[in-house]
Design a protein around this ligand. Sequence first.
Ligand code: PLP
Length: 401
Amino acid sequence: MKISINANRCEPSPMRKFHPLAVQAQKAGKKIYHLNIGQPDLPTPKAYLEAVRNFDQQTLAYEASPGAPELIDAIRKYYADLGVYLAPRDVLVTTGGSEALLLTCLSILDPYTEVIIPEPYYPNYTTFVHAAGGRIRALHTSPEEGYRYAYRKRIESLITSNTRAILITNPGNPTGVVLDEQEMRMIADIAKKHDLFLICDEVYREFCYDDKFGVPTMARYDDLDDNLVIIDSVSKRFSACGARVGCVITKNKELQQALLKFCQSRLSVATIDQIGAAALYSVDKGFFKASKETYRQRRDLVVSRLRQIPGVLVEEPMGAFYVMARLPVDDADKFQRWLLESFDDNGDTVMFAPGAPFYETPGKGINEVRIAYVRSIEELSRAMDLLAKGIARYQTEVMEA
Ligand SMILES: Cc1ncc(COP(=O)(O)O)c(C=O)c1O
């Protein structure tokens, strides 16, 4: 028996890689401050559970393959409030943004075709692209440049006859980079000029901390209809990751048909979760304002504390709820292992996501980490304390030993 080449080209999730060591550390009595996974901690709006509790059909039937009509309408209304008008067929409901990405890759990639992605990027992109037989062409960025990637020459230099798409995350995970108006327009123009799909993963759209960017969405450009694919999700927007509801939005008819075939083959997204998700879209806009403010305060704390650690290189992220930083250590992977196995401060230690798996290019990101600021101010403050103490001790006990 044989495992497929495509499966063998996928990697385990770097966010979960240290889980077994974390379990051991916990068994040994350590308390771990988890900054490694982007699981929002804010309460999910009650509307979700109320709608689910009120479900009163006798049979839990399959929903329609493209999605529950009331959820599609709720999503369309949300976009209409942003000035973006969608027909019902433009929205296909998926099991999270994850399935939206996977089905998009399966629909547009052939073996050896390429997707241009700015690195560092969300590591599961590798799985989605590789599952479809495609390849990632990394668009380089650096911590010195604040991980910004919207440079026309650099992007165009990566386009070949094999290129099918440009995939961007805006606001960015792991970097928190948010594109400004000119950068968005420039990338849109490149996609149009070279006849490429532009896949915009906008699952962090609500978390943009600088008002000058507005609510970032590529969907605002109506001359991009055939190129544009928006990846969306309720996970981060409504602090509802467990709902597993997202969608793919495109006006490209051929792509809609391709996606629909995959949607039909998996029958439907969970019926009850779609009912809950539709109710989420009725929450007051104040919910977004309040959660954004909470994350902004957390970001400010984490960035200011990182800046106090000698040798750390960090740019203030403009969006999402992550910060990417370069640490004064030889290898973030080794450092994380050491923090779990050999370090504690009064029984406490800390976890982050080591940077290398966020890069396609071998050797990059070795001493970088992604920190998810999805904990309370008190917990983040303690976690930053642990990071500072950990770095100092690691430098003397390991690097200088
Ligand atoms: C950039 C990005 N896209 C997509 C997803 C998928 O999220 P979900 O499947 O929960 O919608 C995530 C989750 O962390 C993410 O960070």
